[in-house]
Design a protein around this ligand. Sequence first.
Ligand SMILES: Cc1cc2nc3c(=O)[nH]c(=O)nc-3n(C[C@H](O)[C@H](O)[C@H](O)COP(=O)(O)OP(=O)(O)OC[C@H]3O[C@@H](n4cnc5c(N)ncnc54)[C@H](O)[C@@H]3O)c2cc1C
Length: 538
Amino acid sequence: MEDFNKAFDYIIVGAGSAGCTLANRLTEDVSRTVLLLEAGGKDSNPWIHIPVGFVKTLDMPGLNWRFETEPEPNSKNRRIPIPRGRVLGGSSSINGMVYVRGQPLDYDTWSQLGNRGWSYESVLPYFSKSENYESSDEAWRGKNGELVTAEGREKAELLDVVLDAAEQCGYPKNADYNSGDQEGFGYFQVTQKNGRRWSTAKAFLEPALKRPNLSLEINAHTLGILTDGGRATGVKFEQNGKTRTVTAAKGVVLCAGAVQSPQILELSGIGNPNIIRQYGIEVVHPLPGVGENYQDHYMVRQTWEIKKKITLNEQTRGVSLIREALRYAFTRRGIMTYPAGILAGFVRTRPEIATPDVQYHIAHASFKDVKKRILDKHPGMTISPCQLRPESRGSIHIKSSNPVEQPAIKGNFLAEENDRRTLIEGMKIAKRIASAPALKDFVAKELNPNEEIQSDDELLDFARERGNTVYHPVGTCKMGSDPKAVVDDRLRIIGMQSLRVVDASIMPTLTSGNTNAPTIMIAEKAADMIKEDEASLR
Ligand SMILES: Cc1cc2nc3c(=O)[nH]c(=O)nc-3n(C[C@H](O)[C@H](O)[C@H](O)COP(=O)(O)OP(=O)(O)OC[C@H]3O[C@@H](n4cnc5c(N)ncnc54)[C@H](O)[C@@H]3O)c2cc1C
């Protein structure tokens, strides 16, 4: 074992959405030294930066941890892919780039659970602080932050018609679903700058690396946390085949994401003693909630055949593709700038529900084979519903003491009746929208599920057979004060000192939408709390 010949004030583990943001904020004061450790490498692969490259990086070895769940009991025992970024920027370097803050209800629920300072009113300034949004001067949007958010560069004829079809079904157009009122349909906003992905590595890390007080180590896989009498003193990591240790005078912050933050805790002896002992690891601090409370958005892709050649299925082939590649190279416009979902819809499946409970990702494209990412030959459209606030809970726990072995991810998706019911209703609404008058001249037929799959049982069976996640694992180191809480509302590991978790795993409940913006908000808020706690000790 070799010592890293320098001590730091803080060590941040993981340069993802949260880690890059936090590293930037903590090093604004040059007297504070920070070491950022990232298991992955540089973000130099061009497919990261060209938005359409999302399809390539979704399971690209080297850039992606390519996790998968254990066989899922409610999804026909399938192993469901759980991609995660393994590169500077973490999952923000491979994600679908859509920018969604969630609903005020999400954060007011966190506050209602007893987490002080996490109500919508309290977190809204942190969303705005990060943001640089040019398209509106509304009070809730930010103008001076590092995270460039924008309107998608391209619309599409078919999707404009879907907006009309949704309206005919009673779902209004919504010009800004990030206003605090999500309900309705509109184009997704994106984390892109001039038609290129704007990851947290680009937004927050690159500028901060110019500071002398930020050190970055890549290909540095954290193996565990060093502790002394209930206090975190540093970490042990592996780099280029060598195991090294490094110390932190003021604190260790885990930003390794919802799969690996609980894994690192368990490998360090922090977690449920029954699980930890099974693998011969000494229990340092019993904390039964570690790895519990896993939540994710379970989504079903529904596809239709389209009559007119106005979809990506044809535009991404042959001469058309060459034309689009040149267009992108010279103008940074065209189909290569599309995010993973192009049109967003947020609906209430029942009128008595206060706020939307289903989100749609909609694209004028359809996969023949999702796994191999082969598009249908004929024109197509996909509408993918997911329930926004699932009640099913899974877990993520180590299954060996080997830090490079992926933990056991158990989603337990669709375990709860309300999750099944909401998803079925979401699928039925998608079918209704596709058969609205506005789309009559466009839709040829339902593909998957086809016209014959109509009853609730058939739709549920289809969802079990084909469903996937939207790649939003959260909740495995949840914030709270109940017996299953892992961090308190200042994101400190309960019962320990100088150890925090700051990433998507601290969410007590999943936010109503995609999780990148909420994770960046969490890091923004954590930075202020860390600075406040430090000042109070002076
Ligand atoms: C394919 C995909 C598409 C998505 N699409 C969207 C979208 O369009 N919009 C949206 O809002 N959200 C999207 N998300 C979700 C969003 O990107 C994540 O919620 C968010 O990035 C999570 O941030 P994080 O900081 O918690 O974790 P991450 O960003 O995953 O960062 C964790 C980092 O820690 C590193 N790490 C892990 N273990 C170790 C270790 N032992 N040692 C050192 N480093 C380690 C990882 O390599 C990684 O860089 C998507 C996610 C994926 C994977």
